[in-house]
Design a protein around this ligand. Structure first.
Ligand code: FEO
Length: 393
């Protein structure tokens, strides 16, 4: 499939309907690897696809232009989801790779780049392709140190690579084609929470600098092209990077014989009756990335684990490692809870993660329970939930 964006500019990427794993992110909605073609005196490709989608990319490219006529391939970011097909693409087209020094280094460490022609560009450098100029703006850590975006000045198009993307396979290529805009923004938020969250402090400066550009289209490398909702997505990025929270509690647990589950539900009831929005997730049944989407701007994070073999339950340990790496904002209240048989060990592990993240840890005697919580214990959990709902940060 090829989609014309405006004169001489085409989407020629690949839709990956089947991908379900992306370095720990369960991509239940699939993804796309967007490649853009600019036809000019110098023909340019912006980014590439994963290795296994090379044939699809070539099929799309050939339907618009002879691949041998590609002069430049702009590589905004060296991660393999955008560069996996580069070796074959460079060999087939003979094109020169335009990228920055850091990305060149990353490409050389991942691929056999012997014989490749490179043009390295610095921040705000421009290249003339005939009827337009391409300006390169470095955006390090969004998502790797090598990231940059490419702005086509005359076309008013920003090729933003990972920024503003979503892992979302769809037949729609533009935001205005979506009937369910709320779903689109939720997918974008989930992507932000699982890809860009650790680097969110860099986002406001980037968004402010983009506001100074005249932008008609934002063309990311995953998901849909922003056209009608550019202002909205820029504002959402500022909101998600602001560390502001809403009155939401995310209760995450796993359980062996339902004891930790019962405690989770009783605390959830108390929080709900206290006026807090509650989300309860069983880790065995929910992708971690869905949970992180809700944790991003939650006030409360409650994590429950049974103790198994004098240690935390392994699925909960996995989630703690994932969350810790994503570094959600520290202005949250953390609650560690769980059941045990003869030696309680799990809640200390959870609390250590909360402390590393800067969460304020709430304590109560009801938060651990030997074997099965009886009704009186669950009542205490409920009351604790209600009390928690009034707690100030
Ligand atoms: Fe879509 Fe950081 O790669």
């Amino acid at each position: 499939m090829v989609v014309k964006i405006k004169d001489s500019i085409y989407w020629i990427g690949a839709i990956d309907w089947e991908v379900r794993e992306f370095h720990g992110y369960e991509t239940l909605s699939g993804s796309t690897y967007n490649v853009y073609l600019i036809k000019d005196e110098k023909n340019v490709l912006i980014d590439a696809t994963k290795n296994y989608l090379f044939n699809e990319l070539m099929l799309n490219l050939k339907s618009v232009v002879d691949p041998k006529e590609i002069d430049y391939i702009v590589v905004n970011h060296g991660e393999m989801d955008h560069s996996g097909s580069l070796e074959k693409l460079v060999e087939y087209t003979g094109a020169t790779v335009i990228t920055n020094e850091k990305c060149k280094e990353h490409l050389e460490l991942q691929y056999n780049t012997e014989g490749w022609e490179f043009i390295t560009v610095d921040d705000k450098e421009e290249i003339d392709t005939g009827n337009r100029k391409l300006k390169f703006i470095k955006t390090p850590m969004l998502h790797w140190p090598d990231n940059m975006v490419t702005y086509s000045i005359e076309d008013k198009i920003l090729f933003s690579n990972d920024a503003f993307g979503q892992h979302l396979a769809s037949s729609e290529r533009f935001d205005y084609q979506f009937k369910d805009l709320e779903m689109l923004f939720e997918e974008t938020k989930e992507y932000f929470a699982n890809i860009l969250l650790p680097y969110r402090m860099l986002v406001p400066r980037v968004v402010e600098s983009l506001k100074n550009l005249d932008i008609e289209y934002i063309c990311p490398s995953h998901g849909v092209i922003w056209k009608e909702y550019i202002g909205d997505i820029l504002e959402k990025y500022l909101e998600w990077s602001s560390d502001r929270y809403v009155n939401r509690a995310v209760i995450v647990y796993d359980t062996m014989y339902n004891s930790t589950k019962k405690m989770a539900y009783s605390m959830g009831d108390g929080l709900m009756d206290g006026g807090v929005e509650v989300k309860i997730y069983n880790l065995s049944k929910t992708p971690m990335n869905k949970i992180m989407r809700d944790i991003l701007d939650a006030k409360y994070v409650l994590i429950g684990s049974p103790t198994l073999n004098s240690n935390i339950y392994p699925p909960v340990a996995k989630f703690l490692a994932y969350m810790e790496g994503l570094k959600p904002a520290g202005n949250k209240i953390g609650v560690a809870f769980g059941s045990y048989g003869w030696m309680e060990m799990a809640t200390d592990v959870i609390k250590k993660t909360f402390e590393k993240l800067g969460f304020k840890v709430a304590e109560d005697e009801c938060l651990t329970c030997r074997f099965v919580p009886k009704d009186d214990h669950l009542s205490k959990c409920y009351e604790f939930g209600k009390k928690l709902a009034q707690m100030e940060l």
